[in-house]
Write a protein that binds this ligand. Sequence first.
Ligand SMILES: [Zn+2]
Ligand SMILES: [Zn+2]
Length: 338
Amino acid sequence: MMKAALFYGKEDIRIGSWELPPLKDQDVLVKIKSCGICGSDSRYFFNGPSARYTLPTILGHELSGEVVETGKGLQGYAAGDLVALAPIIPCMRCYPCTHGQDNICEGGQVIGVNIPGAMAEYIHVPSQMVLAGGLVKVPAGISPRSAAQAEIVGCVLHGLRQVGIQPGERILVIGGGPIGMTFVQLGRLHGARMFSSELQENRRALALELGAEAVVDPGAVNLKDHFGPTFDRVIVATASIEATLQSFDLVRTGGSLLLFSGYAKGAVMELVLNDIHYRELHIHGSIDCTIQDYHRAVGLLPQLQMDRLVTSSFPLDETQAAFYATRNPGAIKVMVEP
Ligand SMILES: [Zn+2]
Ligand SMILES: [Zn+2]
């Protein structure tokens, strides 16, 4: 038995005990060191879980931890190794999985949704995940807190692969949350010129420190008047429909748009279709990351400053308070660290 933050429903998390399954031949038991609260965790906490959940469950898929024990048949991991875990356990047999798109696996199991997540003392990593390559050793010198955010880096890397940025390009990131801030860092690493649009002052300041060439407050400046259609790529990292519509006025002819954020259920938007045709615009979606993206993300951690996104951290017993803290002004990334 272990201690865990059990998610029972809307705004209802209770600390309780959870039975860990026995460790099979190729499974790994990991002691959680750090777990980030993702936008999706918050959505389920504040709006109530979707039908995919069997309650109670344990939330949290942005995690790092220390290997405690490995199954007898498994090599390559030792007790004490700091590891990070990819968010999806792919089946590796369906059409997307066999075509390099295991992020959209038809039968994928998602950590913190269909299988218990990381807001707990331990996580049991099933062999299917270990053998798919999703349990990744973290480079020396990386903090557990940074390692937990490898998931964010993987998803952002996946998004950048969709739009295919080139050195020297002008990229606008709309939204300066953890995702937007990671786009700024990774874009810089790719040699692009990064611009950030964000309402909150502390986030704009951080975006500049993390490598943005310029930041704007969309509450004070009309982006269309200010920039015009000058960006090679516009990345929409906010659920705002207004911002999404506006991105069409900011991208250059022949450029591309990336819709990275999840929207409110059933959200619709009107498009001028000839705008896409005559201006040859490319519109991309991006969801989660592949195991390959995730490996690259862990390898990139030494070149990023992911721990600078963390604004507060709570012990496991205060998991519910941690969720409320995500709504504090100035909050960027909130962690649960048992
Ligand atoms: Zn996440
Ligand atoms: Zn699959």
